[in-house]
Design a protein around this ligand. Structure first.
Ligand code: SF4
Length: 333
């Protein structure tokens, strides 16, 4: 059992570290003071940012780093400052504007969420966790993050950065489990400050510490505000029990899907299917504009076999990210 002032027992692993000596208030103060001094100035953290802006950022940040999200987020909010603006557009335009953020089904889901917000919530992002959770594309983490960062709600937010920091500081482990365990979720809840406003800052601060200092591959412990209290450092920085899985990309169907999507985004006219899946000689002319032609050249430059390109295209059609019409393949209307 934990009191408000003590560090809870860690999830099973090495012994509790010196964080226990610091106590919860000391841990909260160290991390939030560091955050106040070192946090990045991100537009979705601006108090003037709308709940919709926060929601868009949470969708984009799910699997894409901040640096790549920033320009797309700005363009998106400028073009569609309210959910109703996006809802009035075609899904194809959402996918086009998603650009190279990757995992473009998120664009379809964000569009579907905008439609639902417009039709069922009067055009305003709902503040309640359960209403958020009911929106397309909003899972438990995203609902909690929007509730906390857009509405200052008290929710436990547990993303990969937070899980890694708490695994190291409290549990003395190099990395958290591959997927969130009940023990980790409980620990995150026990570490939360009781004060609501401080709890919001704490969530942001731990997330930022994981993103900037306590990174997965090369933590900068010498710059860390809790280095003297970190169980993993005290244990001699032991290696992880399991090697982290690298993200494969080159030669994968995902890479080929991305290259096909780049061709479809680059032009407004349908692209004949054989241009995408067959042995096209790009130099002889395809009737496509220069940008689409460049993207087609890049697709063929991957050297992916025809059956892999066909499989990737079939997947895009099945996912609703592309449609097959009389003139060929295009983004959805
Ligand atoms: S001391 Fe190092 S391992 Fe511990 S929380 Fe800080 S950066 Fe992470």
């Amino acid at each position: 059992m934990t009191t408000a002032d003590t560090i809870p027992d860690p999830v099973p692993g090495p012994r509790p570290g010196p964080a226990a000596d610091l106590g919860l208030p000391g841990l909260h103060r160290s991390v939030t003071d560091w955050f106040d001094a070192a946090a990045r100035d991100l537009p979705w953290r601006d108090p003037r940012c709308s709940p919709w802006g926060v929601m868009v950022s949470e969708f984009m940040l799910q699997q894409t780093p901040v640096a790549r999200v920033l320009p797309v987020w700005r363009a998106w909010l400028q073009r569609w400052p309210r959910p109703a603006d996006l809802a009035a557009e075609s899904t194809g335009e959402a996918v086009r504007a998603w650009g190279r953020l990757g995992y473009p089904r998120r664009a379809l889901r964000l569009h579907a969420a905008a439609v639902e917000i417009t039709e069922r919530h009067g055009g305003r992002v709902p503040a309640g966790h359960d209403e958020l959770l009911a929106l397309p594309g909003v899972g438990a983490y995203t609902a909690a993050a929007i509730a906390v960062f857009a509405f200052g709600d008290r929710q436990v937010v547990v993303d990969t950065n937070i899980r890694r920091v708490q695994a190291r500081v409290v549990s003395g482990r190099a990395l958290p489990s591959r997927s969130l365990t009940a023990a980790e979720a409980r620990l995150a809840e026990e570490l939360m400050p009781e004060d609501d406003a401080l709890a919001v800052r704490w969530n942001k601060a731990v997330m930022e510490l994981g993103a900037l200092v306590c990174t997965a591959r090369s933590p900068r412990c010498e710059q860390c505000p809790v280095r003297h209290a970190c169980a993993w450092v005290a244990a001699g920085r032991p290696e992880p029990a399991e090697a982290p899985r690298g993200q494969s990309w080159h030669g994968t169907d995902r890479q080929v899907r991305g290259a096909i999507m780049a061709v479809l985004r680059a032009g407004h006219d349908p692209v004949p299917g054989p241009h995408l899946t067959g042995p096209v000689d790009v130099a002889t002319g395809t009737g496509l504009g220069p940008e689409a032609l460049r993207a087609l050249d890049a697709l063929h430059g991957l050297g992916a076999p025809e059956d892999q390109r066909r499989r990737a295209l079939d997947g895009l059609l099945q996912d609703g990210l592309a449609v097959h019409g009389p003139g060929g393949i295009s983004l959805p209307g």
